[in-house]
Design a protein around this ligand. Structure first.
Ligand code: NDP
Length: 447
């Protein structure tokens, strides 16, 4: 970094949290962008904005004790990182995955704060979850775990305090169990979790929101920067979960061909385009591995090692699985194959080195903080519908999602352009959100 002030701040965080590599990585992304503007903003130093925005307001960690189907007493760790309530109640998903740690949730909550500020809705940032692994668990075990998790978490939630949603390993089933138990414990029927099934006050388009929103963002960027569209493009999408499936659906609707999808064990390659109904059956209905895809569609070939998927020739790559899945080795193949754009459906799926390589190769890069904001945006609309005791139709919400994703693209594109960093959407999003949050922080005093 050029600024010795910022470098010192970053080194101080490194010393304070030496083992939190994902969190430090997320901070570094933002600081590198702020480095370009810090000299023009003495107020950021005066009010110590960098340190205050980087440190979570509150970090809750707790033990989750539950009984499995054999009667064994199991223990997991649970967390909620309430990063910032600067512009509204803490808002962000819950993740159940063995890789969950304090560092992972701190990075996610930090990024969520930036993302939520883009939506124009009053939402702060948070993230939570557990190192519980839902894979292979019975439905009863999932419910038992969700209830044990909520027994601790409910103390810290509330419709005007902290409103969680889903993330990896937490879909509508888990949200249903968490919400049911939250109501039991509090005797209050409020919309304190979003991503609920439509029958219990959820919103239409929430399930599709992140994937659809990603593709609306990609389409807007391709149009403005590359003077083209998704029509006729070959697209590779990592993951086959909530984000990946609905990104694939929208890509197909826009005339693109999804040639590959993956899970954590392997990927399928289907040159003529994946059969999305088969993917939905495998992943949403049967909760099986993607390995079974050829049983549904013989044109698809299964390969082990999901990282090899990036070697497939394509025009656009959408990493929609997990953090740091797209590294320098994988990006080498994308560059060799002259990919035109990489857009992050997942949170921080691209390593710093890989982003640098994309930038040097002039490949358009859309950071997740902006490109995957559609999910939280529709969660915000779910909160609005609950508050109004109303439910809106699919087309109305979908149009709002599309309009908002286009506005987010325009805002960050313009920010980058205004600072002579044209087409650097990573710079655009970091600076745009940071300025908004810094302003909100300054006008609320030292609290
Ligand atoms: P899901 O749990 O629904 O799906 C995750 C998918 O990624 C699964 O198919 C999983 O496979 C796969 N996966 C995990 N690790 C790898 C890997 N190393 N290589 C290939 N595939 C892998 O999660 P979501 O779709 O909800 O979330 C995906 C990402 O999007 C996360 O980063 C999340 O934070 C982000 N996101 C999600 C939002 C949402 O609304 N859901 C909103 C904004 C961001 P397997 O089944 O084998 O584990």
């Amino acid at each position: 970094m050029k600024s010795t002030y910022l470098e010192k701040q970053y080194q101080a965080f490194k010393e304070r949290y030496p083992n939190e590599k994902e969190y430090l990585q997320a901070l570094h992304h933002v600081m590198v962008s702020i480095d370009e503007i810090i000299d023009d903003h003495p107020e950021y130093q005066k009010y110590n904005i960098i340190e205050r925005l980087s440190e979570p307001e509150r970090l809750i960690s707790f033990r989750v004790t539950w009984l499995d189907d054999e009667g064994n007493v199991c223990v997991n760790r649970g967390y909620r990182v309430q990063h910032s309530a600067l512009i509204g109640p803490y808002k962000g998903g819950l993740r159940f995955h063995p890789s969950v740690s304090q560092s992972v949730l701190k990075f996610l909550a930090f990024e969520q704060t930036f993302k939520n500020s883009l939506t124009g809705l009053g939402m702060g940032g948070g993230k939570g979850g557990s190192d519980f692994d839902p894979k292979g668990k019975s439905d009863r075990e999932i419910m038992t775990f969700c209830q044990a998790f909520m027994r601790e978490l409910f103390h810290h939630l509330g419709e005007d305090v902290d409103v969680p949603a889903g993330d990896i390993g937490v879909g509508q089933r888990e949200i249903g169990y968490l919400y049911g138990y939250y109501k039991k414990l509090t005797n209050q029927v409020t919309g304190t979790l979003t991503g609920r099934d439509i029958s219990i006050g959820g919103s239409l388009v929430r399930k599709e929101a992140t994937g659809y929103g990603l593709v609306y963002f990609v389409e807007a960027a391709l149009k403005k920067i590359k003077d083209t569209s998704l029509e006729g493009k070959k697209v590779i999408i990592s993951g086959s979960g909530n984000v990946a499936i609905y990104a694939a659906e929208k890509v197909q609707e826009f005339g693109g061909t999804v040639v590959a999808m993956s899970d954590s064990s392997g990927f399928i390659h289907c040159e003529k385009g994946v059969d999305l109904e088969a993917i939905k059956t495998i992943k949403e209905e049967k909760r099986e591995r993607i390995e079974t895809y050829p049983d549904y569609d013989a044109r698809g070939k299964y390969h082990e090692d999901p990282s090899k998927m990036w070697e497939i020739d394509a025009d656009i790559a959408l990493p929609c699985a997990t953090q740091n899945e797209l590294d320098e080795n994988s990006v080498k193949h994308l560059i060799k194959n002259k990919v035109m754009m990489v857009a992050e459906g997942a949170n921080m799926p691209t390593t710093e080195k890989a982003i640098e390589m994309l930038r040097e190769s002039h490949i358009l890069f859309a950071p997740g903080k902006a490109a995957n904001a559609g999910g939280v945006l529709v969660s915000g609309l779910e909160m609005a519908q609950t508050a109004q005791f109303d439910s809106w139709d699919f087309d109305k919400i979908n149009k709002r999602l599309k309009d908002m994703m286009e506005s987010i693209f325009e805002a960050i594109y313009k920010t980058a352009k205004d600072y002579d960093q044209e087409n650097d959407l990573q710079f655009g999003v970091n600076v745009y959100s940071f300025k908004k949050l810094a302003h909100a922080m300054i006008i609320q005093g030292v609290v």
